[in-house]
Design a binder for this molecule. Sequence first.
Ligand code: NAG
Ligand code: NAG
Length: 160
Amino acid sequence: MRIYSVCMLCSLIIISSTASDTGVQPIVALVGDDVILPCTLRHTVSAVHQSVEWQRPDLKPKEVHLYRDEKDDLVLQNPVFRGRTSLFKEELENGNTSLKLTRVKLSDAGNYTCYIPLLDHQKTIIQLLVGESTHLLTTQTPLGDRSHEIKGEFNVKSIA
Ligand SMILES: *[C@@H]1O[C@H](CO)[C@@H](O)[C@H](O)[C@H]1NC(C)=O
Ligand SMILES: *[C@@H]1O[C@H](CO)[C@@H](O)[C@H](O)[C@H]1NC(C)=O
């Protein structure tokens, strides 16, 4: 039963049992998936009255999701995450501050920090890896690269 319920998550999350104590196991998702970036308070205390800051330090603005004063505060949220992030409100009282990210994009790959400033400055780093399905692979050739190809072809023809 336990194994079964863990495997239901396998399509969204690949759990590496060996790395679990170091907190560095990457989360793997496919483009278009919904994914949960796990974060729990070290001691089982409620997070309802805490500030919870999810960030991508490599982005500007770096805010992914901010919860404070018992509600979401998305004023500073990076627009690439608009409408795609949520906390599990009913889980906050269990100290579970995991982030749900929906409709994952390739550009979502990166390192996310879950930061609880008032609680020992607890900071958890979650690495998200994003793979593309073969279908999306064929339709997502970057426009920049393609126009370069076309331009290159044109030049060859005009020389000949
Ligand atoms: C936190 O909540 C999410 C959503 O309910 C759940 O999937 C996850 O397993 C929870 N994490 C822990 C450590 O309980
Ligand atoms: C995320 O962190 C890992 C491990 O520290 C590192 O190897 C990787 O380069 C980082 N990725 C990004 C996009 O910064």
